[in-house]
Design a protein around this ligand. Structure first.
Ligand code: 0X9
Ligand code: CA
Ligand code: ZN
Length: 311
């Protein structure tokens, strides 16, 4: 249970139950699976939403990832909203119907279950960011594209941005890597879009994070312009600020740099509500969930549409 006032947030068990219910209620279009296990051995559940969901059809795929940072609980609600919207509103909502019929949508509501549960389970928030491996690894510094390259992470296990012993030393980043790799079929990456939801600051961020250069190894001017165009289009719908991720600060080993740099997936990090704050910014009251997740509906639709546009 979340602390008083925040009961509207889904616990890990409630996430599992609601995913089970959605899959049971919509078996043609929703299938739940376990994408992998955490350091402590907890299941990391995943939902696939698509027509003919049991088949691996040749349709553009998009991955929505949430709660890689433990205390960013509003992001789990974002993924639950995506699951609810693309199942309950099918086939009545025409955009939902089009996307479910022409895309394969993957949703991971809690990619860091150990850290997430630790953060809320005592009834008092712990302000926890990392996973629960030893002193904790910052999963968003542990991905293996230019890992630890550029002063955007720490080698100190006590640090909030500890990058881990080596690239992909955390089971939870291995899970995301292995899933992305599993979607390469006949040499083609099926995932055409990726959003990693975080809180907070109300930003739409695109790669790269490891360098302040706009154009670099792995990012042509044309590619950069596409990121800016799509990122700005999404930000126009939610009122967030669009920018290259390193404009915020330089990071190395984050999910975005891997998903674009290594997998060539059109990838964005969203920093959700609120726009500013201290530690309390991670813990908005439960009554903002509906508004602050619905706020990203149109951006999610843009991502899904763009995934079908080709590179
Ligand atoms: O630092 C992070 O991992 C993300 N921000 S958060 O406050 N949610 O921890 C931002 C990652 C995006 N990449 C860069 N800013 N380079
Ligand atoms: Ca399908
Ligand atoms: Zn985060």
């Amino acid at each position: 249970q979340f602390p008083p006032g925040d009961e509207a947030y889904h616990t890990y068990d409630e996430v599992q139950q609601e995913m089970d219910a959605a899959a049971n209620d919509h078996p043609e279009i929703a299938a739940k699976s376990v994408v992998g296990t955490s350091f402590e051995g907890k299941d990391i559940p995943m939902m696939k939403i698509s027509n003919n969901v049991a088949q691996d059809e040749d349709q553009p795929e998009v991955l929505f990832n949430c709660n890689i940072h433990a205390r960013e609980h509003l992001t789990t609600e974002m993924c639950m909203r995506i699951i609810q919207r693309f199942t309950d509103n099918y086939p009545d909502d025409p955009t939902v119907k089009e996307m479910v019929d022409t895309r394969e949508i993957w949703v991971i509501p809690v990619s860091n279950p150990d850290g997430s549960i630790y953060d809320y389970e005592s009834g008092e928030y712990q302000g926890w960011r990392k996973n629960r491996q030893d002193q904790g690894t910052d999963l968003n510094r542990n991905f293996g594209y230019k890992w630890g390259c550029c002063g955007g992470s720490s080698g100190d296990p006590a640090s909030e941005t500890y990058r881990g012993e080596e690239a992909f030393s955390a089971p939870e980043t291995q899970v995301l890597r292995d899933f992305a790799e599993s979607r390469v079929i006949n040499g083609e990456q099926q995932l055409k879009g990726f959003i990693d939801f975080h809180t907070f600051s109300e930003l739409v961020l695109w790669p790269f994070g490891h360098t302040e250069d706009d154009v670099t190894d792995g990012m042509t001017q044309e590619e950069r312009d596409r990121f800016e165009r799509v990122g700005t289009a999404m930000a126009d719908t939610n009122g967030y600020t669009p920018q290259q991720s390193s404009d915020l600060y330089v990071t190395d080993g984050d999910s975005l740099d891997y998903m674009w740099g290594e997998q060539r997936i059109l990838s964005f990090t969203f920093e959700m509500y609120p726009s500013s704050g201290g530690i309390d910014g991670f813990y908005p009251p439960g009554d903002v969930i509906a508004e602050e997740t619905a706020r990203n509906d149109a951006a999610v639709d843009i991502m899904l549409r763009e995934a079908g546009a080709g590179a």
